[in-house]
Design a binder for this molecule. Structure first.
Ligand code: SF4
Length: 462
């Protein structure tokens, strides 16, 4: 337990998407700049921040369970501060302080700059008393204002050392897909200054990072003065020392000719494109307010494949959206078979209060058993296609970035430029390096390979 004047220790535990992981690094950066020591477990910390996701009911339940566990830890350490940050903090707001009385602080995604001040105020005993007086004299604080300009310009993330880094270039979203809570908890789209993004990537490259992923909720709608996403991607791809560039998550409507040309022309941009389709029927897409049709989506897929035939395409799909008929679900299966994605993230619709879809007539909601059955059929189709695509990759010699140790003895895990994971025997001093690996067999979703020592990976497409 810290005493006044001692270094305070903070632990940030993150759930959810890459954007959240990146936000966790941002909070660690903000706190360490204020003298906090960042530690790797709640048990060691004076301040624990649980950085949350609100995209599905299940994610929130998981976090509430974790917050309850931390409450038990706090019983022996009453000075410990527990904060909940991120999308679920924004969604539940002060209700969370009522529901989980041991939580001291809730901070939404636009409030991280103010974290040190909020923690200082709690330490000084400022802030309103708990709404439940039985909880004693402890104070609770909520920092929940959404900010139309906050893009965390000028603040540094605290990144783990290694070859890879996520670089947020955009926050929030201007779309209003009817199932999605993001615009309500992360606010409107806010882009970062292109010059700052490039300066950050140059300094990451100087520090040994060679693999960067540009992040944004609809990353390819990025705009800053004269820059659009295609021009920024080209500039990032040309930073000295950068060998692999990825981005996520693009919106299909902003996949332009220029963007695909940059992907084709810049050797450091990897042959992977995540293109969330969500559904395969125009009526469902319209009810989701996705702003494209099946045919305009397929047109973009064609444009991508005509230009970069080896592009690995992945997607997101929701089944059981309110009103989805069996025939409409089958249209989704048909689209999956037509496009043949390398991978798909598949979900059952999860109702989020406050979203337009939550207000659809109750009779529209798909029976949970039917939704589960549709999900299982979708997964079977997706996995079958993935296994066929991967079987055709067996025998290729590819460049992998070695990322970490695999579970098996002496096995390492690497990632190809088509975002496929390969396990192969190697020493762990290869972590962070690029190696040539032959894909010997596939498990369906991943590969088992072996190093090819007489080929020096070039870092450009083979
Ligand atoms: S584009 Fe749609 S699904 Fe994606 S974050 Fe915005 S509202 Fe949500």
């Amino acid at each position: 337990m810290s005493t006044s004047g001692a270094v305070r220790r903070a632990y940030v535990e993150t759930y959810g998407c890459q954007m959240n992981i990146s936000d966790g690094e941002l909070m660690e950066g903000i706190l360490s700049a204020q003298g906090f020591q960042i530690v790797s477990s709640a048990e060691e910390a004076d301040v624990v921040l649980v950085n949350t996701c609100a995209i599905r009911e299940h994610a929130e339940q998981r976090v509430l369970g974790r917050v309850a566990q931390l409450g038990a830890l706090k019983r022996d350490r009453p000075d410990m501060v527990i904060g909940v940050t991120g999308c679920m903090a924004q969604r539940l707001g002060e209700d969370l302080l009522d529901r989980a009385g041991h939580v001291d602080l809730v901070v939404g995604p636009d409030g991280y700059r103010g974290l040190p001040e909020a923690l200082e105020r709690l330490r000084a005993g400022e802030g309103p008393p708990p709404r439940n007086a039985a909880r004693g004299r402890r104070r609770q604080l909520a920092v929940l204002d959404l900010d139309i300009v906050e893009n965390y310009q000028g603040l540094e993330q605290r990144r783990k050392q290694g070859a890879s880094a996520w670089v947020p270039i955009q926050r929030g979203c201007d779309h209003r897909c009817t199932f999605c809570i993001v615009p309500y908890v992360r606010g409107p789209e806010k882009n970062r200054d292109a010059a700052e993004v490039l300066a950050e990537i140059r300094s990451l490259a100087d520090a040994g990072v060679s693999d960067v992923t540009l992040l944004g909720q609809t990353v390819n709608s990025y705009r800053w003065e004269d820059w659009d996403f295609a021009s920024l991607l080209r500039a990032v791809a040309r930073v000295d020392g950068i060998r692999r560039v990825w981005f996520t998550s693009p919106h299909p409507n902003d996949v332009t000719r220029e963007l695909i040309d940059v992907m084709a022309e810049e050797p450091t941009v990897c042959e992977t494109l995540h293109l969330p389709v969500q559904a395969g029927s125009d009526r469902t897409l319209k009810r989701m307010s996705r702003r494209y049709t099946v045919s305009s989506y397929l047109e973009r897929v064609r444009m991508v494949r005509d230009t970069v035939p080896d592009m690995a395409l992945t997607t997101d799909v929701i089944v059981g959206f309110p009103g989805e008929s069996e025939a409409e679900f089958e249209a989704t299966l048909g689209l999956m078979k037509e496009v043949r994605f390398d991978d798909a993230f598949t979900y059952k619709y999860s109702m989020r209060e406050g979203t337009p879809a939550s207000r659809l007539p109750s009779g529209d909601f798909v029976d949970p058993g039917d939704a589960q059955e549709r999900l299982e059929r979708l997964i079977t189709v997706t996995r079958g296609i993935q296994a066929e695509i991967n079987a055709r990759e067996v025998g290729r010699v590819v460049e992998v970035l070695v990322e970490k140790e695999a579970r098996g003895d002496g096995q390492m895990l690497g990632r190809t430029r088509r975002n496929k994971v390969v396990a192969f025997p190697a020493d762990n001093d290869l972590i962070g390096s690029y190696q040539s690996v032959r894909l010997d067999r596939t498990t369906g979703a991943t590969f088992v390979g072996s190093q090819v020592h007489d080929r020096v990976p070039t870092g450009v497409r083979g």
